[in-house]
Design a protein around this ligand. Sequence first.
Ligand code: C5P
Length: 326
Amino acid sequence: MSHLHAVPGPGETGRVHRSGSATSVRVEAPGKVNLFLSVGAPGADGYHPLTTVFQAVRLVETVTARRQSVDAHGTVTMALEEADPVVPTDASNLAVRAALLLAEVTGVKEGVDLLVRKRVPVAGGMAGGSADAAAALLACNHLWGTGMDHAGLVDLAARLGADVPFSLLGQTAVGHGRGDRLTPLMARGTYHWVFALAATGLSTPAVFARFDELAADSGTTPATTEVPEALTAALRAGDPVALAPALHNDLTEAALSLRPELAEVIARAEKAGALRAIISGSGPTVAALVPDSAVAATVACALESSGLVAGTLRADAPVAGARAVG
Ligand code: C5P
């Protein structure tokens, strides 16, 4: 557990300002799958312009923000409900950075103890870290009673990471820019997913860097394309069979060149009855769209017994964005 001064201010550390009234606030925030991901050439800031369609899935991170005793002197601490050596709990964790940023912007002098329960695969291309940040922002905002409105939180979310605003919004949305400029998309029905997990994560910057190398090797300049009408029509109709062929991910080749074995995972999922399987975001999670929960069980079983994956998770979608649950 780390002890970080949120707003140190010499001589002020004992002056705790309490505006909220609850002693703890629990917030849930979802991970995501990209139904469509079109990637352009990186700009001067190194970020790649995107056109993407996010769908929030029922794999949910839970962040509990607890009020500290007065003698904690305005620190931000974070602990995991289940220890995971791959997840840092110091200032490099996006949830801690979210709390620190909110405290800095709003002038809150009080600290917070964050407790995080992880259900989204770590470094899996499903924005689990971003969901932690979204949940921490909302939980601290309630706990501290800052009065910051939703638009203000979305601004802070975009400063923390490209996928953080979507975890606040949830449901289904088109993302432009870095993926942080969002427009909600009309979607009917429920979509069933099976996620095939890899034993080790992939770094998002490494996948984007590989994407750039592959483009340079082929002498092409990538450009984003708009979301195809077939995809938005399938979502409007609530039709997973029509959605399947419209699923698309420009990072597929880059992720497969770093993890060639994922091609076999995709093939196994489709052979076992998935309507379509794709790399989720920057990978290495493979997301298999299935017609119903019976086929979900069959696909999960086939993947588990293939020896190709570290495990599977099943989830339906879309679900709401970050929300207080207690
Ligand atoms: O915004 P976030 O911190 O989640 O992004 C992680 C990394 O992924 C960035 O530092 C960048 O290398 C890469 N990225 C990108 N273009 C995007 C989103 C992320 O190149 N639109």
